[in-house]
Each structure stands twice: as structure tokens, then as C-alpha cells.
Design a protein around this ligand. Structure first.
Ligand code: MRU
Length: 317
């Protein structure tokens, strides 16, 4: 994402890695649409986009409450969205310059937090580790560097000779499309795997740890993340493999005592029945398509934030 000449330029994640297309967003409604359709996705990136969306709203004199509400309604699970909206809501004035300055601060701070998460988390990654990850938690999902993928990136920069298994992440394939795109770009050795491969790799002793991001973390450490993350945590537990979550503290929702209270987005059944617009499932197939699941805190070995490496009982200060 880039703020340039009064508009938000956004790399369209729906068409990556086949095409690198930049969207030009000039109104806050464009940002709402980009979040809903997942042109931008990943909890921290959604928060950053919302900040710029509010800057566009202020620039065009849109009612503050309406713009905030429309952005808040775009996706329900990632708390970074609401965190960013609240943060801009706390600015006493509704003028373009102040809102833009705050949006830019949110973006700058996210990048700084990610670099620190990377540094904190790299200590958990040993020399020669095989690391398994899910979804995309890299530069595309954040203001830069990434969270779980940021930890992998920092460990690689440290010269740890790591190898990554990146789960495809059905139905939207963020792992296959976006994580593979970032790993290739960084020259980090990896294999893409179909989601169902993870358990047998673990059984074969080919996974030293699993690291995932989060969309919302409850006060007790229960963590919502991309659908399939919970099953990876169960599989890790069975095989005695450490399972880590990496996220900035802007992903912690301290108001929620447990993960049962986290709203889970359900998306269109077409995400499952169609691939690249081509129908693969029978017409009329009823689909249940939750975008996220919640991993209980007691299945998580540690949660890495910019503040450090937290273990149960969780306290994120
Ligand atoms: O539906 P998405 O692609 O927005 O889901 C993203 C994830 O689940 C990520 O793991 C999470 O947002 C962390 S991104 C640093």
C-alpha cells in the first residue's frame, strides 16, 4: 500500500501472483470495497487500509460516524480494523491533515512492531529448522516485514538455513499464492503443500515448529486465525511440536475473556465451489465457509508480540 498524491495505491492481492496490478483508491468507499473483496487482507494491513480510508473520508468531507461505521462493517474478525478506527476516532478534530498523519503513524508503527516481532520470534527458530506456516502473514498482510512470516524472514536474515512448508490455505489459497510469492522473492527455501499434507509431514519428523499469525487474540490467549489453524495446532500437540502465534499487540482484544466471544466471518460458498471463477462443485451445493477458527490458548506454546515471547498464563504487557 502506498499513499501518493492524495490517493491510496494498493497492490491487488486478488490477482497476485499472476498479475501485479495496483488499484487507485480515491474515496473511502473504494477502501471499504477493497477490504470486503479482499483486494487487501491480513489483519494489520486491513487496519492500515482503514486508517487511509478515513483520511479519504475526511478529505471529501464525509460524515465521520458514517465512514467509521461503513469501514467497521467491512469484515468482522480482525480486531486491528476496529483498533485503527478507534484510534482515529480519538483524534479531536476531523480534518484531513490530522487523520492522514494518524493513518501514516499506524502504518509506520505496524512496520516497526513487525520488525521487533521478527527479532523476538527468531530466537524460537533453531539452525536448520523446518518451519510450517499457514495463510499469508508477510509484508502483504501488514505494513511490511510480516508477523509469522516476519519471524521466518528474520531467522533467514540471521543465516539460520531454515526451510518452510507453506500450507495452500483453501479456499482462498493465501499460502499458495501470496506466501509462496514472498518466499520466492526473499530467496527463502520452501515447499508449498496442500493443507492435508501437514500431519503426515509432522509424523515423518519433518516439522520442527509451526508458526501462524492471528486476527484476534482474547485475553486468555485463545487466538482466531485463518481456517485450518486450529487443526494444525491439534496436530502439533499430538506430535509434540511447538505451535507459535506471532502478532502485534494491536491484535489483542483484551475486552474478550475467551476466544468463544470472537466473531467469526462466514464468506460466500462460491469461494469453495469455484476456483478462479470456474465452477468445480455441483450447482446448488450447500456450503459452510467460515474464514477463521479459534485455537485455544492451551494449545499454543507461545505468543510472540513486539513486547516479547508470552507463555500461559498470558499477559500482553
Ligand atoms: O482472510 P485473510 O486473508 O484476511 O486472513 C488472514 C489471516 O488469517 C492472517 O493469518 C492474519 O490476518 C495475520 S496477518 C499478519
Amino acid at each position: 500500500m502506498k499513499w501518493e498524491d492524495g490517493r491510496l495505491l494498493m497492490l491487488d492481492q486478488r490477482v497476485l501472483p499472476i498479475r501485479e496490478e495496483w488499484l487507485e483508491l480515491t474515496a473511502y468507499e473504494d477502501v471499504v470495497e477493497a477490504i470486503k473483496t479482499m483486494a487487501v487482507r491480513g489483519a494489520p494491513a486491513i487496519g492500515v487500509a482503514a486508517g487511509y480510508g478515513l483520511a479519504l473520508a475526511a478529505k471529501h468531507g464525509v460524515d465521520r460516524a458514517k465512514a467509521s461505521q461503513d469501514l467497521a462493517d467491512s469484515r468482522p474478525t480482525a480486531v486491528n480494523l476496529f483498533w485503527a478506527i478507534d484510534r482515529i476516532g480519538a483524534i479531536p478534530t476531523w480534518d484531513f491533515e490530522s487523520v492522514l498523519t494518524e493513518a501514516q503513524a499506524i502504518e509506520r508503527e505496524d512496520l516497526a512492531m513487525n520488525r521487533t516481532i521478527g527479532r523476538n520470534g527468531a530466537e524460537l527458530i533453531g539452525q536448520g529448522f523446518n518451519v510450517l506456516t499457514v495463510c499469508n502473514t508477510g509484508a502483504l498482510a501488514t505494513a511490511g516485514h510480516g508477523t509469522a512470516l516476519g519471524v521466518i524472514r528474520t531467522a533467514h536474515e540471521d543465516g539460520k538455513r531454515i526451510h518452510v512448508y507453506t500450507c495452500e490455505t483453501r479456499p482462498r489459497q493465501q499460502g499458495l499464492r501470496l506466501t509462496a510469492y514472498e518466499l520466492l522473492d526473499e530467496g527463502i527455501p520452501f515447499h508449498s503443500i496442500a493443507d492435508g499434507v501437514a500431519a503426515s509431514l509432522m509424523r515423518a519428523g519433518k516439522v520442527d515448529c509451526v508458526i501462524a499469525g492471528a486476527d484476534r487474540i482474547a485475553a486468555n490467549g485463545d487466538s482466531a486465525n485463518k481456517i485450518g489453524t486450529y487443526s494444525l495446532a491439534v496436530q502439533s500437540h499430538y506430535h509434540g511440536i511447538p505451535f507459535y502465534i506471532a502478532a502485534p499487540t494491536s491484535t489483542v482484544d483484551a475486552k474478550l475473556s475467551t476466544g468463544d466471544l470472537i466473531p467469526i466471518e462466514e464468506r460466500s460458498g462460491e469461494e469453495l465451489t469455484h476456483i478462479e471463477g470456474v465452477q468445480v462443485g455441483p450447482s446448488g451445493t450447500p456450503v459452510y465457509n467460515p474464514a477463521f477458527d479459534v485455537t485455544p490458548g492451551d494449545l499454543i506454546t507461545a505468543i510472540v508480540t513486539e513486547k516479547g515471547v508470552h507463555r500461559a498464563p498470558y499477559r500482553f504487557t
